[in-house]
Design a protein around this ligand. Structure first.
Ligand SMILES: Cc1cc2nc3c(=O)[nH]c(=O)nc-3n(C[C@H](O)[C@H](O)[C@H](O)COP(=O)(O)OP(=O)(O)OC[C@H]3O[C@@H](n4cnc5c(N)ncnc54)[C@H](O)[C@@H]3O)c2cc1C
Length: 402
């Protein structure tokens, strides 16, 4: 860590002495997933080569503070640094269990530490780029530009991107329900070989639901090691011991009692159709989770972010004001209905997902979540719900339209 500090001090000094230290062509607030993916994309595109970029974070991120998983076709941008990938998956609930081939996709696991390390090495070689280690105190849009006020001074730009997530605007409204995908996971190592390393457990709802939507998500590294997460799609967070007891009971129910916990991770991701874009201004765009780039119905964010950055780069070349950048489509309406229904019938999440996986090819469900399905497949997904469930959705449509 000390070495990093020195590196950044030098780095900051070098650049502040060669360019105006108050104005940048682009300022990226937050050097987490979306911030570093955006910076990397900008620096790799020749169109932006003469533009100055400031990226600000209150910490130099390192280590595995999160695991990013997603599905895509076998050859992908991060393949060389994946920690694991799988071709098969399993879905389980009390009404339906199936094991399926993910073809043409693979489920991929990327640990954040390797991305952070790679980024910190790369940024040294990026020209006209400054990393500032400082706390952002405020971001204020002032007509022609946005000002970023940090613990190390204020900076201005006509193009500011922020991944700083603020829960307040979501809590100060009730038009768009806010669920959370919240979870705690253990990386465990067992004495005996107990896991099938070829398949992930995508969702296992065979745990007490406690009137909510609760499931186990399990990613085996090999037959002895796995990440086991106790996950909820619900309104309120649990106490740490409740997640941990949930993992313990699940493992016990599978006869897994002899293991050590090697690492832990926990998180809470907003699941909402809150119109995050309304927080944008002509000179400020929210990105990542703060920009509503999380898929509301599932919490998946990483690959969504990666894909949205491609659209953002094309958009920036049009030189239009930032608040015009938009990605509204019919899937946002489906997500809105799904979140409305899941909020009202939170104890029914298991049955809703079971019907989707039972009545459709699971790969079609993944394509639907990825927003790459055809309208006919979407209709098929709708009619796969039971009559009672369809009425819930129709009522949700009625409430949203009238
Ligand atoms: C444990 C965990 C596991 C996840 N797993 C998955 C997954 O498997 N698949 C998936 O698709 N998504 C997953 N997500 C969701 C999502 O992909 C991540 O949360 C992702 O990191 C979001 O990127 P971001 O840039 O929006 O936010 P972040 O990565 O959180 O970046 C925000 C940055 O802003 C900085 N910051 C905040 N406040 C300030 C301030 N005042 N001043 C300066 N800097 C500040 C923070 O230090 C941070 O670096 C997971 C999330 C968590 C927490």
């Amino acid at each position: 860590m000390y070495e990093y500090f020195n590196m950044y001090k030098c780095f900051n000094y070098f650049y502040t002495s060669t360019m105006n230290n108050k104005y940048f062509d682009y300022i990226i607030c937050g050097g987490g997933a979306s911030g570093i993916l955006l910076l990397k994309a900008l620096r790799q595109d020749n169109y932006f080569e003469n533009q100055t970029i400031l990226i600000v974070d209150k910490e130099i991120k390192s280590g595995n503070d999160r695991t990013w998983c997603y599905w895509e076709k076998p050859i992908g941008e991060f393949d060389s640094i994946l920690s694991q990938k799988w071709d098969r998956a399993q879905f389980s609930s009390d009404t339906h269990t199936s094991e399926f081939d993910l073809n043409p996709f693979q489920y991929k696991m990327l640990r954040s530490g390797i991305i952070y390390d790679k980024f910190h090495k790369q940024i040294k070689n990026f020209k006209k780029t400054k990393f500032l280690l400082a706390e952002i105190k405020d971001i204020i849009s002032k007509g022609t530009h946005t000002e970023v006020i940090t613990s190390s001074g204020s900076f201005k730009s006509k193009r500011v991107f922020s991944s700083l997530f603020d829960l307040k605007p979501l809590l100060n409204q009730n038009k768009y329900p806010v669920l959370k995908q919240h979870f705690l996971g253990w990386f465990i190592k067992t004495k005996k070989p107990v896991f099938d390393p070829k398949k992930i457990i995508f969702m296992d709802f065979n745990i007490p639901q406690e009137n909510e939507t609760r499931f186990i998500y399990l990613l085996p590294q090999n037959s002895h090691e796995a990440l086991v997460e106790y996950t909820l799609f619900s309104k309120n967070l649990l106490r740490i011991e409740e997640y941990e007891n949930g993992i313990k009971s699940y493992l016990e129910s599978k006869g897994i009692v002899d293991f050590i916990i090697e690492e832990k991770e926990k998180g809470s991701i907003p699941m909402t159709c809150f119109p995050f874009y309304k927080l944008n201004t002509p000179t400020l765009l929210h990105i990542g989770t703060a920009g509503g780039w999380t898929k509301p119905s599932t919490g998946f964010t990483f690959m969504n972010t990666r894909r949205k950055i491609d659209s953002l780069l094309s958009f920036l070349k049009t030189k239009k004001p930032l608040h015009v950048f938009s990605f509204k489509n019919r899937f946002l309406f489906y997500d809105l209905l799904f979140i409305d229904v899941l909020t009202k019938y939170n104890a029914q999440g298991s049955n809703l997902f079971a019907r989707m996986f039972q009545k459709n090819h699971p790969v079609d469900v993944l394509r639907f979540i990825d927003e790459k399905s055809s309208f006919l497949k979407e209709l098929k997904i709708f009619i796969s719900f039971s009559f009672k469930q369809q009425v819930w959705f129709l009522n949700a449509i009625r409430r949203r339209i009238f």
